[in-house]
Design a protein around this ligand. Structure first.
Ligand code: NAD
Length: 422
């Protein structure tokens, strides 16, 4: 086993590798490629010294990991969270490789992060942190090399600072170096809610397959950030009853259905707890996961559904907005219970699909209409869903295995065609 593997050995990385090993075994993958693909191609650790508003200097640790670049520039978000570590970032980078390949984008997989609680920083401190982190990972970045995007704890503003820092260094504006930017500097229409829209698209596909009716469907969403909030909003708009949502602290529940537009405006404008927004009663994150509902959408962090709570889930469809929310042991329990799982690399691929559109528009300097973006997102993600479902049925494997095997196989074919250098 490689030395690097030991450096990365954390629960999230172990989960990503265990999924990979199972898929690799079923694909009959060559041992050498297996060894290579379970560790990243490149991993950079940087220290990020930041002048705080009180004059002191704090040093944060940051990472950028490129898992594989056989198919093109690597793509993946940047996470600002107090528990970020190398193993987690490497796992997320690996999932990005399989995700991009599954939905047939010309990209490899990457991920980045800084171990920091961004909500504890002032806007000026956050800007200095972002710029110094970008400067430290700059040798890896570029529209043809590695293209970051938002993830947990980062947003369009953070991407604007990253784009500006990179552009200042090279001496001209390079919008295509990041995606998820504001529209004013080359962002794309439809990127903000793309992940949530994709989650809703694949849920509708699954419901059609399972012959379930949206008008009678109930939805619970863990996480009310970019992915969770837009998923809840879009499902509410098209007629589903969203009965619970939560954030890192707790959730709000209403069996008659939450008024999502009211909740959204009260939650965002006053920064008050979800259950004090006057739309329902308080519920814990654990209780939310165990609600009787048609669709459960984990849209927060990894390893939320484990062997401990999987047996108590009462949903018909589990649509993974988050990356890695379900452990392998939980997967087996859910399969026995007959829960239809739409795996993360498929369910949340709307974000990277529209990031790809943003990058294409930036590189071509020609911008598309929002309806075109929605239509093309719908076309790509529903086609990927159908391919995955067909493969799962033909090979008698779970949707997760089908998605992983498809993604991994595309990368393997690229490696075999390119050969081993030197
Ligand atoms: P975000 O920072 O906008 O929101 C995260 C949400 O999760 C917040 O509401 C936060 O309060 C909540 N949360 C944090 N810790 C929690 C906990 N322990 N329990 C319950 N809730 C908790 O992040 P996001 O961009 O919405 O990302 C959420 C997930 O979706 C992550 O797994 C991310 O990797 C994945 N994802 C994001 C995108 C994207 O485009 N932003 C694309 C694909 C996948």
């Amino acid at each position: 086993m490689s030395e690097l593997y030991r450096e990365l050995d954390t629960p999230t990385f172990r989960l990503a590798v265990a999924q990979f090993e199972e898929a690799a075994e079923r694909l009959g993958l060559d041992r050498n490629l297996r060894e290579r693909l379970k560790i990243p191609q490149r991993a950079l650790i940087v220290s990020v010294p930041v002048r705080m508003d009180d004059g002191s200097v704090k040093v944060f640790v940051g990472y950028r990991v490129q898992h594989d670049t056989a198919l093109g520039p690597s793509k993946g978000g940047v996470r600002f969270h107090p528990e970020v570590n190398l193993g987690e970032v490497a796992a997320l980078a690996m999932w990005m490789t399989w995700k991009c390949a599954l939905v047939e984008l010309p990209y490899g997989g990457a991920k980045g992060g800084v171990r920091v609680a961004p909500e504890r920083l002032s806007r000026a401190e956050l800007q200095r942190l972002t710029r110094r982190y970008t400067a430290e990972i700059l040798p890896l970045l570029g529209p043809e090399k590695d293209v970051p995007a938002p993830d947990v704890g980062t947003n369009a503003q953070v991407m604007a600072w990253m784009m500006d820092t990179y552009s200042q260094q090279v001496g001209y504006a390079v919008p295509g170096v990041v995606t998820g930017k504001p529209l004013a500097i080359g962002g794309s229409l439809g990127r903000e809610d793309a992940t949530g829209r994709g989650v809703a698209d694949v849920i509708l596909e699954a419901m059609q397959y399972l012959k379930l009716d949206l008008a009678n469907a109930t939805v619970a969403v863990q996480g009310f950030g970019n992915v969770g909030m837009h998923t809840a909003r879009i499902l509410h708009e098209i007629g589903a009853k969203v009965i619970a949502v939560s954030d890192a602290k707790e959730g709000v529940y209403n069996p008659r259905g939450l008024d999502i537009p009211t909740l959204r405006s009260r939650y965002q404008s006053n920064v008050r707890p979800l259950h004090e927004c006057g739309v329902g009663e308080q519920i814990s994150n654990q209780d939310l996961l165990q609600l009787d509902c048609t669709i459960l959408v984990p849209a927060a962090l990894s390893e939320q559904i484990t062997e401990k709570n999987a047996g108590s889930l009462r949903c018909r469809i589990l649509a993974e907005g988050a990356n890695g929310p379900t452990t392998l042991g939980a997967d087996r329990i859910l399969e026995e219970k007959g829960v239809f799982v739409i795996p993360d690399i498929l369910a949340n691929s709307g974000g990277v699909i529209v990031s790809y559109f943003e990058w294409v528009q930036d590189v071509q300097k020609y911008f598309w209409k929002e309806q075109d973006i929605r239509d093309r997102l719908h076309e790509i993600i529903t086609a990927a869903f159908r391919r995955t479902l067909e493969f799962a049925q033909a090979k008698k494997v779970s949707m997760r295995m089908a998605a992983l095997m498809n993604g991994i196989n595309k990368i393997v074919q690229a490696h075999l065609a390119r050969g081993l250098y030197p």
